[in-house]
Design a protein around this ligand. Structure first.
Ligand SMILES: [Zn+2]
Length: 97
């Protein structure tokens, strides 16, 4: 009985751990119950932080690059090519495609 309770408690912990990493806490809790909390704990640990991965993907997509950004002629900050207005100094720009 104690092993069974420990199994459930550890499954809940795996669910909380998965949830804190931007994953389905309930889903991982169920998987832990069915499979093994230890296995699912390792899976969550290996898969890494989904929030961090998503944030990195967005950061890469938003990062100013030569093919998506130009320098504002007024303030020399990088602004999007298709922008009509500089986000830094509000200068009216000519959108480029
Ligand atoms: Zn500007």
């Amino acid at each position: 009985v104690e092993i069974f309770i420990g199994w459930i408690v550890f499954s809940i912990l795996v669910g909380v751990f998965a949830n804190s990493r931007g994953r389905s806490g309930f889903g991982y809790f169920i998987l832990s119950l069915v499979l093994s909390p230890l296995i699912m704990f390792i899976v969550v640990a290996i898969l890494g932080d989904m929030k961090t991965q998503a944030a990195q993907a967005i950061a890469v997509a938003e990062a100013p690059a030569a093919d998506t950004h130009v320098r504002c002629p007024e303030c020399r900050e990088l602004v999007r090519k298709d922008a009509r207005k500089c986000k830094h100094c509000s200068t009216v720009l000519v959108p480029q495609q």
